[in-house]
Write a new protein. Structure first.
Length: 186
């Protein structure tokens, strides 16, 4: 979509997510009121629209853009952070972001969170980011020289896009754990 003069002026000729000065295109943020376009560079546009594979390392810029004074930029940044919630830095940013009720409703209206299957432990209890879980069996950790022992507590877990996987630290190493091998503590 072509970028209009008003959007070009607002963005100062830079991508409103990553700040790149590449040629820009308008991206319409759905679910909101008027003036819901965001100026994006080609790379951001491709990854936001899922036309290109998501390169998680490039999205650290969201930690800044989510605080933009433009509501559409805040909403799009929030949605991208939700897509990247399996990344510790993205989850940390989501934990501190505040959107007023109207923006939160707008951000949630366009996201597919309602369709996401919940992550369940071995007993069928729903797991949330930040929960503490206990391993219910010894797990050989690929790529390391240790075994995560049964009964080990894993604090402050992160969820991933796959509802069968969680992430957490065991012996100081961040690992992916299959959720059916843990039980929720507390």
């Amino acid at each position: 979509m072509a970028i209009d003069q008003q959007l070009q002026a607002r963005s100062q000729g830079q991508c409103e997510l990553c700040g790149a000065s590449e040629p820009l295109q308008a991206y319409g943020v759905d679910g909101g009121a008027a003036a819901a376009d965001v100026a994006l560079c080609e790379t951001c546009y491709g990854q936001v629209t899922e036309a290109q594979a998501l390169e998680t390392a490039r999205w650290h810029c969201l930690s800044q853009s989510v605080w933009s004074p433009e509501p559409a930029v805040q909403v799009l940044s929030y949605r991208m952070l939700k897509r990247l919630a399996g990344e510790p830095w993205a989850q940390d940013t989501l934990d501190i972001v505040f959107l007023d009720e109207e923006l939160k409703a707008w951000a949630d209206a366009g996201s597919a969170d309602g369709d996401v299957e919940p992550t369940l432990d071995a007993n069928g209890a729903a797991l949330q980011a930040g929960d503490t879980v206990t391993l219910i069996k010894d797990l050989n950790v690929k790529g390391t020289s240790f075994t995560a022992k049964r009964g080990t507590a894993v604090r402050n877990i992160s969820l991933s896009d796959n509802p069968e996987h969680i992430e957490g630290r065991v012996n100081g190493t961040r690992i992916v754990i299959i959720s059916k091998y843990v039980k929720k503590s507390g």
